[in-house]
Design a protein around this ligand. Structure first.
Ligand code: ADP
Ligand code: TYD
Length: 210
């Protein structure tokens, strides 16, 4: 069984909480599961992550884009593709939708160019299933501890509002793989909805292979 699942949404939407719960659920069911996050997942990608998130680093928007794509190219070629080839379920906290939302809608770089970069950096690998956790900016600020804010979390409200609009647009554009989940719901309810969707997908996949 192989499936590439991604979680998307603005910071603090609840992605890592749900990634963790889903991975525990699937492991209990006996699936081989690996969870990853972007940017990150290899030694080099984690180094790139530190450069990207360090609040002191003032990066030109194109440098920022290319660093995210460099981190992606590493994790896809060295980790994600080999895992999928071995039949492991891969769950990734953020993937290429985040680049379009943040660098495209947020920084206002050309979206068609970012799509090309995403395509080449991920060797054409697109998620089978994406959960978009949708929360309002107010809910995000309520969840935020200002002390721990990284470079993106400390961006201004206009930037974050463009990013959020971007995710909502992408959920429409990629509706064949994206499920929109109300991130303001309780952790348990969100998990239940995700499990239901996953169970349906897994039985579809089982049907394909039998
Ligand atoms: P992300 O990975 O999207 O940044 P996290 O999963 O780290 O988000 O969650 C951010 C914060 O919000 C954490 O303190 C977490 O406990 C809390 N949280 C996560 N999901 C919910 C939810 N559904 N309702 C309320 N708080 C939540
Ligand atoms: P992270 O702490 O992983 O996200 P979260 O706060 O949601 O747990 O931080 C990653 C940051 O990088 C996040 O603010 C979104 C941003 N980002 C981009 O701007 N472009 C991208 O392509 C990716 C993958 C992330």
């Amino acid at each position: 069984m192989t499936m590439f699942i991604t979680f998307e949404g603005i910071d603090l939407a609840g992605k890592s909480t749900q990634v963790q719960l889903l991975s525990e659920y699937l492991m209990k069911k006996g699936y081989r599961v690996v969870t990853l996050r972007e940017p990150g997942g290899t030694e080099v990608s984690e180094k790139i992550r530190s450069i990207l998130l360090e609040p002191e680093n003032q990066l030109n928007p194109f440098s920022e884009l290319f660093l995210f794509e460099a981190a992606r190219s590493e994790i896809v070629s060295k980790v994600i593709k080999p895992l999928l080839q071995q039949g492991t379920l891969v769950i990734c906290d953020r993937f290429w939708d985040s680049t379009i939302a943040y660098q495209g809608y947020g920084r206002q770089l050309p979206i068609d160019f970012i799509e090309k970069c995403n395509y080449y950096a991920s060797e054409g690998l697109e998620p089978d299933l994406t959960f978009f956790l949708d929360i309002s900016l107010d809910a995000m600020f309520q969840r935020m501890e200002v002390k721990s804010a990284d470079r993106f979390e400390s961006e201004n409200r206009d930037f974050l509002s463009r990013v959020m609009d971007g995710f909502r647009e992408l959920a429409k554009r990629y509706n064949y793989r994206t499920y929109i989940i109300n991130g303001a719901d309780s952790i348990e309810n969100i998990h239940k909805q995700i499990v239901e969707i996953i169970e349906n997908k897994l039985s579809e996949k089982d049907g394909e292979t039998t």
